[in-house]
Design a protein around this ligand. Structure first.
Ligand SMILES: *[C@@H]1O[C@H](CO)[C@@H](O)[C@H](O)[C@H]1NC(C)=O
Ligand SMILES: *[C@@H]1O[C@H](CO)[C@@H](O)[C@H](O)[C@H]1NC(C)=O
Length: 442
């Protein structure tokens, strides 16, 4: 397949529908195609499957997938974790791509992996696959149906496997970087390397956009033993699905932060072996661009690949690792000079239970108040991961489902999930109370 066809077709046929439709629709390669929420839920989890789905009964396929997760993790908390991961995946797929700076015209491209990189990976795999280890998935994770089709790792970072370690990683970074720089026109720096992962018979990879800073990325197919191609399904700029098939030695370049990608059809075969290599732009341009892009962030809080004034900006600023400037200021102000509300916010954010308990005894109403950023103490405590503070607030009747930003932002559960992951005790606690996991409205 040639990507120039895709470019051409998009340029000349701008009327291609971007809305999901089950009518006969051809993508730029002339394949019969479809939009999101046809092969697998991408944007919506509840009502997504079409009655006349050209791919057959995908709803049952998905229901079985989810039942597998819920049974595997078991109980109310376990199955809630599966649902939370799904809600998060769908919200990200909806929110993230349109908020991201893209650096290429197509979003994906298949090339050959550099020979020396492929040979090194292939050699490493052959020498070490017998010592592969079960890949550990966080509780409730639905990105791969690992409960049905376990995945394994032959970790390139391993200090104990023959040939692995930092030296090998450096050779891989150095080997693929020029290809991605050439493709994106941006100077890149490494952000993450993951693999070598082995998928097994029946595996499904849910369509998703990667978390930042996994921006300019590639997948190398290291080895496979399959009965039929196991396509990587991506949604192109026309909103339609493309199957990209890979043989060992093939490398798919993709803008992983904005391009929805997955493997929603079950793997038929023994194994399929990949490594994922991710970079982020430094801001330096390697060539002139037709449309200007941000290269130098004047507000140093936000990375250059997030478009200003878009939904992802808010979301990004809410993450605990990158608190908004306003919140930093609240935390840094000396307690004496702060108003009572600011003192409570600070105590909740830092887990200072004594201060919260004192206010609970004297000025209880303040526990329910919203500060000028639209946050209540329970939001600060949830983001800070402070179980004892959250419990005290809940015991004092604070609304567990209150949302930041006048009801338009996140619930405490959502802040806890985003900041601490699904396995954190706070998330278990919230789940046990039936709390809602809701994020910012777009
Ligand atoms: C991708 O492959 C699957 C499974 O082989 C097939 O059902 C689907 O129609 C293909 N999609 C496109 C867009 O070609
Ligand atoms: C970036 O690319 C993705 C997928 O390729 C697309 O959905 C999104 O709209 C693009 N972003 C912008 C801002 O154009």
């Amino acid at each position: 397949m040639k990507l120039s066809y895709l470019l051409l077709a998009i340029a000349t046929e701008s009327s291609v529908s971007t809305t999901p439709s089950v009518d006969r629709v051809l993508n730029a390669f002339g394949q019969e195609s479809y939009g999101v929420d046809v092969s697998f839920p991408v944007h919506y989890l509840d009502v997504w499957d079409k009655e006349d789905n050209p791919l057959g009964d995908r709803q049952s396929f998905y229901d079985e997938f989810m039942d597998g997760c819920r049974e595997h993790y078991g109980g109310k908390i376990g199955s809630t974790a599966c649902d939370i991961t799904e809600e998060d995946r769908a919200a990200m797929s909806l929110r993230q791509p349109s908020s991201m700076q893209n650096y290429t015209d197509t979003g994906f491209k298949k090339v050959q992996a550099p020979k020396q990189v492929f040979d090194m990976l292939s050699d490493y795999w052959k020498k070490n696959y017998e010592r592969k280890e079960h890949e550990n998935w966080p509780k409730g994770n639905t990105y791969v149906n690992h409960w049905n089709s376990p995945t394994y790792m032959v970790n390139v970072e391993s200090g104990t496997l023959r040939g692995g370690g930092q030296n090998m990683k450096r050779k891989i970074w150095d080997g693929v970087k020029p290809i991605l720089e050439e493709w994106t026109g941006m100077e890149l720096e490494p952000s993450s390397m993951y693999g070598i992962r082995m998928y097994t018979d029946g595996a499904v990879l849910s369509p998703h956009a990667d978390r930042t800073p996994l921006i300019s990325s590639c997948i190398i197919n290291v080895a496979q033993d399959v009965d039929e191609d196991w396509p990587l399904e991506v949604y192109g700029r026309d909103g339609l699905a493309y199957n990209v098939t890979m043989q060992p030695g093939d490398m798919v370049l993709y803008e992983s932060h904005s391009l929805i990608h997955g493997r929603p059809f079950s793997l038929k075969g023994r194994y399929f072996v990949n490594i994922f290599i991710h970079f982020q732009p430094t801001g330096k341009l390697l060539r002139e661009r037709d449309t200007p892009i941000l290269t130098d962030a004047d507000d140093e809080d936000l990375p250059i690949y997030i478009l200003r004034g878009n939904p992802e900006e808010d979301h990004w600023l809410q993450q605990q690792q990158h608190p908004s400037k306003q919140h930093i200021r609240v935390r840094e102000s000396p307690a004496a000079a702060a108003t009572p509300l600011e003192q409570i916010a600070q105590a909740a954010a830092t887990g200072d239970l004594n201060t919260i308990a004192q206010f609970a005894a004297t000025e209880k109403h303040l526990l329910h108040q919203t500060d000028k950023n639209g946050w209540m103490p329970i939001h600060e405590a949830a983001r800070g991961g402070h179980m004892d503070v959250v419990k005290l607030l809940v015991d004092h009747g604070v609304d567990i489902n209150s949302r930041t930003r006048s009801g338009k932002g996140s619930t405490p559960m959502k802040l806890a999930v985003d900041s601490h992951g699904l396995e954190h005790e706070l998330v278990e606690y919230f789940s046990s109370l039936g709390a809602l996991n809701i994020g910012p409205e777009l």
